[in-house]
Design a protein around this ligand. Structure first.
Ligand code: M6R
Length: 614
């Protein structure tokens, strides 16, 4: 995780860096720091806490300089404090370095360097790296650019780094492996460096995404020189950003999470617009059409993902098995590679990731690719590492998701996966014409249905007030609603810190029922569908033990309405599409509960939006 920003040019570096760090705070907010170069030499400010704490700390201090680097940290090695905050400085005080990633062999490097007289002040792997670069430079005739490359040859792990030399205010050196890094090209002699394009977008649209094991030098003459780790030159590939600045603002909402929940009618529409043509009765998924044979002959689909994306993967399991009749396995990406999985060439691996940078998912992709499987990516962030590592894919087009708790990305993922399942089912002849056209038509009505759920916000707020002090909560659902129960529980626990568990409703009687007493809120997705009657029985089991039932029900339902302590009515739709609608009230409920408990909704403790460490 961690966010990095660098600037070189004519402008004041500090405001650009601070603004950029705020945009990247979703990547971690344990501490932050900046290093600036000016007439006084190297100025370094570091602070535990958020970027706003750093800003406060530097308020009356000298922040001049037209070259600098900044960092916002998600702690891996060493507790979050001022000392462990980046930038880290070499022993001779000449180099400052910021780093996103993990140097896995840092302990042995640290020992070697200590034996050669290096003294370390922090617990971080990053300090070891800057000392290593210093060591190479001191003991060879190499310039800084080559010293960085030689040092990185000794490093095992992941890194996106920017190095600033106190004695040379003309250049910055950057490098990356397995952590993202973008170079923005501004006015002549001006460069912006960042973990993603969000800090860059208001200055330039021209960017170069560095590939793994590439090292670049940018300077005031306007040079952008790139080599790979073997010192072979690489021609920069300049891309134009499509990102809009407005998408990065709160747009009048109190929190990004709330804005993103309310954006869902639009983001779901953006997801199927251009792919689904109701008049022609067609869905166009070019990532599937170009590999039609592979999809038609696939013996199995393996889905790899983490967190909320894993829940979207569970919905996809129901979709692909139900509609396309292909067996599906849904894997936690973090577990997948560590158990020597059986992967065949006629398997298709779907990797789902909002950020497109999740290290566990990336590692799972690499393993499956090595074993010859076809890899399909479902990513939100355009140009992200996962979207580039896959053979084909489909973007979710949800727009930037800034709140750490994933909301609109989930519904967009489920929308794409629904389109994919329908496309493959159609190609295989596994779905009837009637069902195919009916589901397509119904999908086009989902944005309106989500809009109607959003209109129940006030009622949801009232329910939130009643349960805001709960210490535990259960979420139950069956069939397509089971992943929704898991997602509802994850939303509540990650932003309100209430312990919550999602369960298949029928599984409750095999253990969790022991937890139920009059204090326990049980959120049940009890919408109309094939398992409705069974869920009603499960509700009765909870009621018999005095548990409190908060039910998500279909408009017009009478039975559950009569049994539940509280209910939220949502529009009816086919159970295949229900997760797109039934997830939304649970997102709002978590939002309000977290807010009432005084939690930081957009930046919950200990979390980061983009998890780039394994
Ligand atoms: O960017 P990704 O979709 O790969 O991220 C996966 C998880 O880290 C993410 O979904 C996480 O669980 C969110 N905090 C959930 O709200």
């Amino acid at each position: 995780m961690c966010g990095i920003v660098g600037y070189i040019g004519e402008k004041d570096a500090y405001p650009i860096i601070i603004k950029g760090l705020k945009r990247l705070e979703y990547r971690g907010y344990d501490s932050s720091g900046v290093a600036l170069l000016n007439d006084q030499g190297l100025t370094l400010y570091k602070r535990k806490g958020k970027v706003s704490d750093l800003e406060e700390f530097t308020e009356s201090k000298d922040k001049s300089g037209s070259i600098g680097i900044g960092h916002t940290r998600w702690a891996t090695h060493g507790e979050p404090n001022d000392v462990n905050a980046h930038p880290h400085v070499s022993g001779d005080g000449k180099l400052a370095l910021i780093h996103n990633g993990i140097i896995e062999n840092y302990a042995s490097l640290r020992e070697e360097l200590s034996n050669r007289g290096h003294v370390f002040h922090s617990d971080t792997d990053t300090e070891v790296l800057v000392h290593l670069i210093e060591d190479v430079r001191k003991n060879t005739d190499l310039n800084l650019f080559d010293s960085v490359r030689v040092a990185l040859n000794e490093v095992i792990g992941a890194y996106a780094i920017v190095v600033l030399d106190k004695e040379n205010d003309d250049e910055l050196i950057v490098a990356k492996k397995s952590s993202p890094l973008v170079v923005g090209i501004g006015e002549p002699g001006e460069f912006f460096i960042a973990s993603d394009a969000t800090p860059i977008i208001e200055y330039t649209k021209n960017v170069v995404y560095l590939e793994d094991e590439e090292i670049a030098l940018v300077n005031r003459k306007g040079d952008l020189k790139i080599v790979n780790i073997q010192n072979q030159p690489v021609t920069p590939y300049i891309q134009e950003l499509e990102l809009q600045l407005e998408a990065l603002e709160k747009g009048g909402y109190d929190h990004f999470m709330l804005k993103e929940i309310y954006e869902q009618p639009r983001s779901i529409t953006d997801c199927f617009r251009g792919r689904m043509n109701l008049n022609k009765g067609l869905i166009k998924m070019s990532g599937i059409d170009s590999y039609e044979g592979k999809w038609k002959n696939a013996k199995r689909i393996i889905i790899v993902a983490c967190g909320t994306s894993w829940h979207a993967g569970l919905v996809a399991e129901y979709l692909f098995e139900d509609l396309a009749r292909i067996p599906v396995e849904v894997e936690y990406a973090s577990e997948f590679r560590y158990r020597n999985p059986i992967i065949n060439e006629d398997d298709i691996v779907i990797a789902i990731s909002q950020s497109g940078e999740t290290a566990d998912t990336l590692a799972a992709i690499k393993l499956a690719k090595d074993k010859g499987a076809h890899i399909f990516g479902v990513c939100n962030v355009v140009g992200s590492t996962i979207s580039r590592e896959t053979h084909s894919g489909a973007y979710t087009h949800a727009g930037p998701e800034i709140g750490v708790a994933s909301t609109k990305a989930f519904t967009a993922q489920v929308t794409v996966l629904t389109l994919m399942a329908l496309t493959v089912a159609r190609k295989k002849g596994a779905v009837s014409d009637e069902k195919y056209h009916r589901l397509m038509a119904e999908l086009s009505t989902i944005p309106d249905k989500v809009e109607r759920v959003l209109q129940t916000n006030d009622e949801i707020e009232v329910i939130a007030e009643i349960y805001k002090d709960a210490t535990n909560a259960l979420y139950l659902g069956r069939g397509y609603s089971f992943p929704v129960a898991l997602e509802g529980a994850l939303k509540l626990k990650e932003i309100s810190y209430i312990h919550a568990e999602g369960y298949p409703a029928a599984e409750m009687k095999h253990g969790p029922i022991a937890l139920i007493d009059e204090e326990m809120p049980v959120f049940v997705i009890a919408t109309q569908g094939p398992s409705y009657e069974k869920v009603v029985s499960n509700i009765q089991e909870v009621k018999a033990r005095k548990g409190k039932i908060i039910a998500i029900i279909t408009e017009g339902d009478k039975d559950v309405k009569g049994m539940a302590d509280h209910y939220i009515e949502i529009p009816s739709c086919d159970e295949v599409l229900m997760p797109l609608v039934s997830t939304v009230p649970l997102q709002l409920l978590s939002y309000h509960i977290a807010l009432m408990r005084g939690c930081n909704v957009d930046q919950p403790r200990n979390l980061a939006k983009s998890v780039t460490v394994e």
